[in-house]
Design a binder for this molecule. Sequence first.
Ligand SMILES: *Cc1c(COP(=O)(O)O)cnc(C)c1O
Length: 390
Amino acid sequence: MVKKLHPETLAIRGFKEQTSYNEHNQALFLTSSFTYPDSATAESLFLGEKEGYTYSRTANPTVTTFAKRVALLEGAEAAQATATGMAAIQATFLSFLKAGDHLVVSRSIFGTTVGLVNSLTNFGIEVTYVPLIDLNAWQEAIQPNTKMFFFETPSNPLGEVVDIAALSKIAHEKDILVAVDNSFCSPILQQPIQLDADLSIQSATKLIDGQGRVFGGVVSGSQVLINDVFAHVKTAGQVLSPFNAWVLISGLETIFVRVERQCQSALALAEWLEKHPKVEKVFYPGLKSHPQYDLIQKQQKAGGIVLSFRAKGGKEEAWKLVNNVKLFSTTGNLGDVRSIITHPFTTTHCKVDPKVKIESGITENLIRVSVGLEHIDDLKQDLEETLNLI
Ligand SMILES: *Cc1c(COP(=O)(O)O)cnc(C)c1O
């Protein structure tokens, strides 16, 4: 019955762990362990013959509600929640890769993920980086020991996109797992598993919380794959805190209206910036001028909440913008209801070799904006006043 409901409804009513008190909202279970009614029940719980809760590092009802609702939104059989987005990515790697295996990764991934991927080589896992949108490069990187493709689409901060279905086809011909970091879109805008990817990963810290409060992560996929992730997460102790899960559930309950409005504002701002005399170029997956517009229309429900643009000038002009905006917060987070402005060259990408940065389009005059829920006219006015200073 649940399967026929719309995602907007599933985000709110898809699953709930109910107690006999008939509470309306999902209860917050702040408890480390659960008592056993008798020894025989304890034995069957521990053997996994009976479903139930024993210890919150293994499972907790509030966390289960969160994970099950995300699975419904991703169109996946199951999901495992984790403490952070990074924990979700690490759990994905360590559940499916071992010494001697080979991982192919997109070059344009989140900076901290690059550090994590590089650390895998300490454990005997081989890594090859490829340009995100070059399907031939992915094909050519395949070796007999290749076990996983890992990428983000759209890329940060330039909004390049790869065809998830086409890349999954290439991978599956060689029994390679496809893992997608879907944090920039959230399952509201893109469902990688519906496009044949095997695993979809979220940093719930971003769009799912949506108000910059708590950390969380989640990996969705088939029951068989998520059983492996579960075994790893409970053993390594990367579990999501019940309190954070409870906050994230309330995030899921408003995500559709938030993200829909934020995408509308992001598109309006991108179109306005494209015509601005102080702006050289705008990067936003929703723009008609985006070279991959047709693929984006097919693959994503909207362009997303993040856009970037090159201001006329260099670092001095870019810093002037960041330092003088009034409504935009200057911070590295994204997906918040508060709009955020970032200078990628000197913050999120500061450790990348300057030559590599410029080659990949992350120039000194590039600004990234995460669009929030303030009124679009106020955001435009703030940028207009600031752009006129340069
Ligand atoms: C933020 C982010 C992460 C890491 O998530 P945390 O919750 O901060 O650990 C991973 N991937 C992408 C694309 C992100 O934006």
